[in-house]
Ligand binder design. Sequence first.
Ligand SMILES: C[S@@+](CC[C@H](N)C(=O)[O-])C[C@H]1O[C@@H](n2cnc3c(N)ncnc32)[C@H](O)[C@@H]1O
Length: 508
Amino acid sequence: MVRQITFLEALNMPAPTMDIGPYITDAFSADGYCPEDERQALERKYAPILEVTDKFDRRSVSYQLSKNDALHSWLKYKEAFSAELVDILLDEMGAVPGDLVMDPFMGSGTTALACQMRGINSVGFDILPLSAVSIMAKANVMRYDAAEIARVIRDFRALKMPDDYAGRTPYITITDTAYPEFNERFIQFATDWMAASAYSALAKNLFTLCMVNALEGCSYTAKSGQYLSWDSRSKKVIEANVQRAKAGRRLLPEHRCREVVGNIQEAVTVELSRALSDIEAIQAGGAGDSGATIDFRQRSALFELPRMEGDSLRGVITSPPYCNRYDYTRTYALELVYLGLGEAEIKRMRQALLSCTVENKPKIEAIRDSYAETGARDRFEYIHGAIEANAAFREVRQALSLRKAHGDLNNNGVIRMVEGYFTELAFIFAELYRICKKGATVAFINDNVRYGGEIIPVDFLSTSFAEQFGFTAKRVYCLRQQKGNSSQQMKKYGRAALRKSITIWAKE
Ligand SMILES: C[S@@+](CC[C@H](N)C(=O)[O-])C[C@H]1O[C@@H](n2cnc3c(N)ncnc32)[C@H](O)[C@@H]1O
């Protein structure tokens, strides 16, 4: 009989010789403006382990494949990766029931849920309350009382808001007047009704999840890139146009986020009914009942990992926020406000997330204090020293400073963001190495980026940090489809191939 080779054996073999040429960056600095020797050196060093693969594609590293999945689609979270991707990686790392796998950036909980279905225990973090709601809802799929959820649907559908009901769902500045008047009132009315009801905690949480999913479609906003786009039928845009007209300024253009703004009562009913049919199907199949545990903590991985015991993880499967200025707290403002966050809390949350926006302030002092609190000041100095000594990281910082001086960065916060991003990630890599067992495999999904004409090889730079802290670089899977350039960068500096990669490291 032919013995199947294991993932680690496969990783110890050279990457298959597929043409990696188009995926290797030959010029990091547009017009040769900045030094790029160190980035070139990384490119040469890791090219032998680069593998262009069809195993993963744009759909599997994004939410697209999960969209129609029972359970995995329960939270509409565009930043999620697919359960299929987690399954492939779990297979490849040879994880078995009883193992412990971590996702330090849980998001909607795809890693945890895919692990649970296979009897693998998981642990992980996220700061967003959306994650807590999503993971609680999905992890307990076998525990719902389907008859109770059917009652919730029936009662909710029959709910009548009195004409004189005066409550209103709260807003913050960037969500102000996001809903048509009926929805604005009904969201609050239904929320109070559910809070006062005698339904179980699980049913209440599922209701919250369904409400969260329904908010955007019942609003005058749409998630669009880094911000919310606004419908011109919203009070906010109408009032802005009145002011603009008075001041003789050009009016904001006509824009529809959607033709018909949903009715919140109908939309939540649809969400609940969909969840109920998934629950019935999953419970009938018995697939979710593996007995595996999910240890989710709504806290920052950056500050929690250093406090965890060493040598416990069989593997890590994760995708951190990308270094792309994407602001989760803006995109999910409606949902966060619904979950009870106010203006100040959202600002604090923005700062607590891994630095990936131009507004992020450095966290290095807070990290130092946190290590000091646990008597690990030396360890802080060791990790920080290694980060500062990384030659490619130094080159990237220097290149961005030169670009800034030359007026090539459209926002000076980019330098602070890039510095914070890699510094914080590198602390996480160092701690993951400590927490992993010997033989563990770590998979990070990420995108390369370009700012001011400077390409930052996020995959190889991360791998070089990981190696500094003890990991062995095994493979860098690179998707056949590369990342599109921003139109601004493309116009100014021409097209550049940007890899979308899955880096695989091992603790040997
Ligand atoms: C790309 S998403 C992960 C999506 C996830 N793989 C899924 O399938 O849903 C990155 C997540 O990292 C979270 N995050 C950012 N900074 C964090 C931190 N310091 N600690 C823990 N989670 C953080 C964000 O809130 C976001 O949900």
